[in-house]
Design a protein around this ligand. Structure first.
Ligand SMILES: N[C@@H](CCC(=O)N[C@@H](CS)C(=O)NCC(=O)O)C(=O)O
Length: 256
């Protein structure tokens, strides 16, 4: 059976979960904890990033490669536009977010989450028992420098840059989706999944796998409040309400 090694709250993992859920691909999910994940993922893939998809010994890394793999094997519903110009536009938007915009937004998100080790543990160790979540909260301060370094959080300028990147991405989503509700052409595609999953890290749509557990820690609540009334946040909430078929994440075997 296909297996997804993932982080609970991550734009790249959310992209893959979204496609798996829409295509109703039977699979198993295993959530890993940032920090302790490294040894396991490195052994399998010689790098440390999630998501990782495993199928019969075949190991696929990188959310874009995983989406291509899924689209080839589970074509319905189609997520990569058939028309060459729309396909090129969707791929270009995916590449720009994956490689440039999403990592910048992530600096601001992780910095705010790391301000409260218990909330960081709540977010990432949701699938764990209360005991191991408590243990993880204790080691978050040890993992924090690695998380900061690995994600380019070099100081306040990187955080401000991430906030500006989120604002610009929300502006762009609101403008680009104004005509059809979708970012590329007239159909829902990987472009919408990529951009909505990246922006969900700050918008945190309710009833979605990217929701913010309550009570929200003050630093993270302050970050979310910066974007809550942006028209681009309305687009994120709307596309989640209409197209994100799963309202929660799960551990273990998929319900389909
Ligand atoms: N380009 C990759 C980026 C994946 C990525 O950065 N994943 C992060 C979570 S958001 C991760 O697992 N970081 C931990 C690490 O790299 O050790 C993709 O599209 O999947």
């Amino acid at each position: 059976m296909i297996e997804l090694l993932q982080f609970r709250h991550s734009p790249y993992n959310e992209k893959v979960r979204w496609a798996l859920d829409l295509k109703r691909v039977p699979h198993r999910r295993r959530s890993l904890l940032p920090g302790p994940h490294m040894a396991k993922v490195k052994k399998l893939t010689r790098q440390t990033a999630t998501p990782v998809l495993i199928n019969d010994g075949e190991v696929i890394t990188g959310s874009a490669c995983i989406l291509d793999w899924l689209e080839a094997r589970y074509p319905e519903p189609r997520l990569i536009p058939a028309a060459p110009d729309l396909c090129a536009a969707a791929m270009a938007l995916q590449r720009e977010f994956d490689e440039d915009i999403t990592p910048r937004i992530r600096c601001a998100v992780l910095d705010a989450l790391l301000a409260n080790r218990r909330y960081f543990a709540r977010i990432f160790a949701e699938a764990e028992s209360p005991l191991s979540r408590g243990f993880y909260a204790c080691i978050v301060p040890l993992a924090a420098p690695l998380v900061r370094k690995g994600n380019g959080i070099s100081g306040p300028a990187a955080v401000e840059e991430g906030i500006a990147a989120a604002h610009a991405a929300l502006d762009r989503a609101a403008t680009q989706a104004a005509a059809t509700g979708f970012l590329v052409g007239k159909e829902f595609s990987i472009a919408d999944i990529t951009v909505a999953a990246a922006l969900a890290t700050v918008v945190r749509p309710e009833n979605s796998p990217m929701y913010a557990p309550r009570p929200v820690a003050p630093a993270f609540a302050a970050l979310m409040a910066r974007f809550a009334r942006h028209p681009g946040a309305d687009w994120v909430r709307e596309i989640y309400a209409k197209r994100r078929v799963a309202s929660a994440d799960f551990e273990g075997t998929s319900p389909y």
